[in-house]
Design a protein around this ligand. Structure first.
Ligand SMILES: [Zn+2]
Length: 180
């Protein structure tokens, strides 16, 4: 077996359910899990075959495949059906790209969490403790004379330590996963 082929199989076996779920979530396509799972277990496969195996509608299969293709997660080979003259599309999973895709997703999440964490750290919050109302940073609360602009209840200090801890933990975890 050539080294590149065995490397590919190695990478494919590393794609677990959690990875599939992350990819599907990032694409906003629940059915992507089923597709990648089928792709994972085939060397190359056509959209028709995927639709038959997954019971996902052919239109949806194609839509998801093109989304995966946009992120270079699958490659595409085109042949012509000798009988009908129509194009047949053969899809193939690119497992090495999958890892990069997940890493870049994680990086994006980390950036957002970092911004959020800095915001939580740098502000003192006031809150009316009405579940549907928002917390208000100190500077704004002063201007509002410590009255909630939504429900008019008094604004009281809000301790965001728990929130800070939870955010810090997620940031640390992500950094570890990203090897930073
Ligand atoms: Zn309120």
């Amino acid at each position: 077996m050539p080294a590149s082929r065995s490397k590919r199989i190695d990478m494919l076996s590393n794609i677990d359910d959690a990875t599939l779920a992350k990819v599907a979530g990032a694409l906003g396509e629940e059915d992507a899990v089923k597709l990648v799972d089928i792709l994972k277990n085939s060397e190359e496969i056509t959209d028709d075959e995927i639709a038959n195996k997954t019971s996902v509608r052919l239109n949806s299969v194609r839509k998801i495949l093109y989304k995966l293709y946009d992120h270079s997660l699958v490659s595409l080979r085109r042949t012509r059906d000798p009988k009908t003259g129509w194009f047949i599309f053969h899809w193939r999973l690119q497992p090495d790209q999958l890892e990069g895709f997940i890493l870049s997703q994680k990086r994006q999440v980390l950036e957002k969490l970092d911004v959020r964490l800095a915001y939580e750290k740098n502000h003192d919050f006031y809150y009316c403790y009405t579940p549907t109302c928002k917390r208000i940073p100190f500077e704004e609360a002063v201007e509002l004379v410590f009255r909630c602009p939504t429900c008019s209840k008094p604004l009281m200090h809000f301790d965001n330590e728990k929130m800070l801890n939870a955010l810090s933990k997620r940031v640390d975890q992500l950094r570890k996963e990203l090897g930073e």
